[in-house]
Ligand binder design. Structure first.
Ligand code: CA
Length: 381
């Protein structure tokens, strides 16, 4: 795809790099001068008044105005309208407003809605490989996921898979590392997962089952009462901000870190292929920019709010915030290998995606050892 090319990595020699760097400075200056001239040459002309306008619907898997994600879609719509000077207007719908939350994929695929916002792991029932584009337990964090997706071939595989469903996916959000969840049972060894009923979706849920627990999938609205009444012993949700708003600190004893099962869940903007292809180039670029913008803003907002609410949970509630012990993590990691092995042995596309993912991860993790990890170790001592 043409737009992909701009993100692909092309090796350049040191000499060329220096030459390009010098030219960029000059080009930067002249671009600045040009943009100043343009601004002073008068506002929008008649061309803008004659443009065809577009009124699109965006369906999402989030409750209406859901903090960060639903709000982020509202902000995306506002950005698109302003950046296009009114040429495109997007109406954003929460799950259940126009269609049920888990019908977003089909609705955009068939063109019932032009746009959607979701997490690709919701669509494992359509194609198992979809979940690998969202997150893999013990997989890559947000920084690495963005790098793999945009520069390591992840998006190309994602688009290839979604083309079969008449969809074009764009990166459009990341939660960062989530929390392992809320427990009313201490987890001191892997054996403590035996018989544990926990709400944990996706591959993480399969891993829990592998170590003797029972993964239960419940909609967000049922979680509080299910945990309160002991229907479940534990639940994961997102991170301190959203979890606090759900009130889990009122009914759970332990809040375990970190979210081994969702180390950097990527969210998606999906667009109906025909509708996207029929857009004028400027609107295609604006939509692309809007998704990239949301991808960055959501992670920044998650990190800000989660930090505030973690502090709040520790200061204002009786909940014990703990880390899962290392041997528990080792056991979960080993079970994850079995689950992933099973997936890639029966699904050829998943095998292709995982191969790309795991190769990229090996290199990225090594680099992180010298940088992010070394730096955090440095400042935390
Ligand atoms: Ca989660």
């Amino acid at each position: 795809m043409k737009k992909q090319k701009e993100h692909s990595y092309s090796p350049i020699s040191r000499q060329n790099f220096i030459k390009k760097a010098a030219m960029a400075t000059v080009a930067g200056t002249s671009a600045l001068v040009a943009s100043c001239r343009k601004e002073s040459s008068g506002g929008s002309g008649p061309a803008i008044q004659n443009r065809k306008t577009y009124r699109w619907n965006m369906v999402t898997t989030w409750p209406p105005n859901f903090p960060v994600l639903g709000d982020g879609c509202n902000a995306l719509a506002k950005f698109v309208e302003e950046a296009s000077e009114g040429q495109m207007k997007i109406n954003v719908y929460g799950g259940g407003e126009l269609i049920p939350a888990l019908e977003v994929f089909d609705a955009v695929s068939t063109g019932t809605a032009e746009l959607g916002h979701a997490g690709s792991y919701y669509w494992a029932g359509k194609a198992e490989a979809t979940q690998l584009f969202s997150t893999i337990p013990f997989g890559m964090n947000a920084q690495e996921m963005n790098s793999w997706m945009l520069f390591g071939g992840g998006v190309d595989l994602w688009r290839e898979l979604y083309a079969g469903f008449n969809l074009i996916p764009f990166l459009a959000g990341n939660t960062g590392v989530q929390m392992a969840g809320w427990f009313n049972r201490e987890i001191n060894s892997l054996a403590d997962f035996k018989g544990l009923k926990m709400r944990i979706p996706g591959l993480g849920g399969k891993v829990l089952t592998q170590v003797g627990g029972t993964a239960i999938n419940l909609p967000g609205g049922d979680l509080y009462t299910s945990l309160e009444r002991g229907v479940i012993d534990a639940t994961e949700w997102i991170g301190p901000y959203h979890d606090y708003l759900m009130g889990f600190h009122e009914i759970a004893k332990y809040y375990y870190a970190p979210g081994w099962h969702e180390p950097g869940s990527t969210l998606e903007m999906i667009v109906n292929k025909q509708k996207f292809d029929a857009l004028p180039n400027n609107l295609q670029r604006i939509l692309e920019a809007a998704a990239t913008r949301l991808n960055m803003l959501s992670l920044a907002e998650f990190d800000k709010q989660n930090a505030i609410y973690m502090e709040k949970i520790k200061a204002e509630t009786k909940v014990e915030v703990r880390f899962l012990p290392q041997d528990v993590m080792d056991g979960l990691r080993s079970a994850t290998r079995d689950i992933v092995q099973d997936l890639i042995s029966r699904d050829a596309f998943s095998a292709r995606v995982y191969e790309s993912f795991i190769q990229f991860k090996g290199r990225a993790d090594d680099w992180m050892n010298y940088t992010e990890k070394a730096y955090y170790n440095l400042i935390s001592t």
